[in-house]
Design a binder for this molecule. Structure first.
Ligand code: SF4
Length: 434
């Protein structure tokens, strides 16, 4: 049988898309291979949200050109956000690519693979209807919406992934049940704007309804969701986190900038005080121990020193558990690239980025130190950097103490550990005997 490899860069949505395409390939009978260079069919699932991600994908295409030159029968597919509505320029630049497919456009890929490899009687409709990962991780992702309607001025996603559509609730519950049968214990519901789930559905079910329905699925032990938009984070959703025992007390709420002028230029649709009010509401309902994470862009067009300080001010006030930060990079095709000159120099963006990271690193160091000596329950997910690891409900990564790495605990178990070491990014714990 021919082999396939899906190489992925980018966000959790891309990882989930890759898992699903992999399920389709497996259903067609292809074997998965670890190295893209060895596969008969290699799919690059791309991201262009930042320049660095785009450069990684084009670098990989360069490597694969050599492979294709040596063996023209190899099939190279590019899927994801690199592929816009018009792919003429891409086809000219990268003639080694056989298929260009927009995000989640699985059908033409699977059809062509079946045709090229003479896979007869392939039930493509059945194959597509059942793109649930065949060998999922114990903690896995379930996309519940596709696309985005927000059109922030810096973001290419609405142009590449299209308008927001929600999957219907019964289909998602069935998928959760199927995932349990395949060993899943924790699911993270995914959307570019996950908290606006359901606004386009006839029955107007919302994220709180979905969380309640998945709470009822036997075998699911933990539920998370990301990424949220502050304007869609309703009191009803926050209350459902408090009321539903399987829903983890973690909220990812990107604020992007701490200054009202910058926020207006980003077209985010809220002010800094409205964002801070939302954080206050979350802490009142869920308590001060709720885990809060966020996304921030520094060096947005026109951002001056005072405006940047307003971003730092929010980071220091809220004391997030994690901040995903990035220096602004112009994305062709966005409103910002057409209308807002990229005024902040690269050196200054780098300085602001480093400063923000240093402030946040100090906060995470302090927060994690308070966990030393405490006990926490972690769901073991696998091995990373040669060590067994899991996460607790607050989304903290905990590695098992080396001395206990060989003890009789297994992936998929939830165990209690005593926290013995703390760095800004993760913890180390020692299993507690029952
Ligand atoms: S909410 Fe804004 S940043 Fe997020 S995906 Fe939509 S347009 Fe992009």
């Amino acid at each position: 049988m021919p082999s396939y490899n899906v190489w992925t860069v980018g966000c959790q949505m891309n990882m989930s898309d890759s898992e699903r395409l992999g399920a389709g390939m497996t259903t067609l009978g292809l074997d998965k291979t670890e190295a893209p260079e060895d596969a008969d069919v290699v799919v690059l699932n791309t991201c262009v949200v930042r320049q660095s991600a785009e450069d990684t994908a084009t670098g990989m295409l360069g490597k694969l050109k050599k492979v294709k030159d040596e063996n023209p029968d190899r099939m190279i597919v590019v899927m994801g956000c690199m592929v816009g509505p018009n792919d003429t320029d891409l086809r000219r630049r990268f003639p080694q690519v056989d298929i260009w497919a927009r995000p989640q456009d699985f059908n033409p890929i699977l059809e062509t693979v079946a045709f090229r490899h003479g896979i007869e009687n392939a039930d493509l409709d059945g194959c597509l209807a059942n793109l649930v990962p065949t060998d999922p991780k114990v903690a896995t992702f379930v996309p519940i919406t596709h696309g985005c309607d927000k059109f922030c001025t810096f973001c290419i996603i609405p142009y590449r992934r299209g308008r927001e559509t929600s999957r219907v609730l019964p289909e998602l519950v069935d998928e959760a049940k199927m995932l349990v049968q395949r060993g899943v214990k924790e699911i993270t519901l995914l959307g570019q704007n996950v908290d606006s789930y359901g606004h386009d559905l006839d029955d107007r079910k919302d994220l709180a309804d979905l969380l309640e329905a998945i709470q009822e699925v036997d075998g699911i032990e933990r539920i998370r969701f990301l990424t949220s938009h502050p304007n869609d984070m309703s009191t009803r959703i926050i209350q459902s986190i408090a009321d539903l025992p399987k829903v983890c007390e973690t909220v990812n709420l990107p604020f992007q900038a701490g200054d009202d002028t910058v926020l207006a230029n980003m077209r985010r649709g809220y002010t800094r005080s409205q964002f801070l009010d939302k954080i206050e509401e979350i802490r009142v309902i869920l308590g001060d121990d709720v885990t809060l994470t966020t996304d921030v862009i520094v060096g947005f067009p026109g951002e001056d020193e005072v405006q940047f300080d307003n971003t730092i001010d929010i980071v220091e006030r809220v004391r997030f558990d994690k901040v995903h930060s990035a220096a602004y990079s112009e994305r062709p095709g966005t409103v910002a690239s057409r209308k807002l000159p990229d005024t902040v120099s690269q050196a200054e963006k780098k300085r602001r980025h480093n400063h923000l990271d240093a402030v946040q690193c100090a906060i995470q160091t302090e927060k994690h130190k308070t966990l030393l000596g405490t006990e926490t329950d972690i769901l073991l997910e696998g091995r990373k950097r040669g060590r067994l690891f899991g996460r607790n409900r607050n989304d903290k990564i905990v590695y098992i103490d080396d001395a206990h790495d060989n003890c009789a605990v297994r992936v998929g178990e939830t165990i209690t550990v005593n926290v013995t070491e703390a760095s800004p990014w993760s913890l180390v714990g020692q299993p507690v005997a029952n």
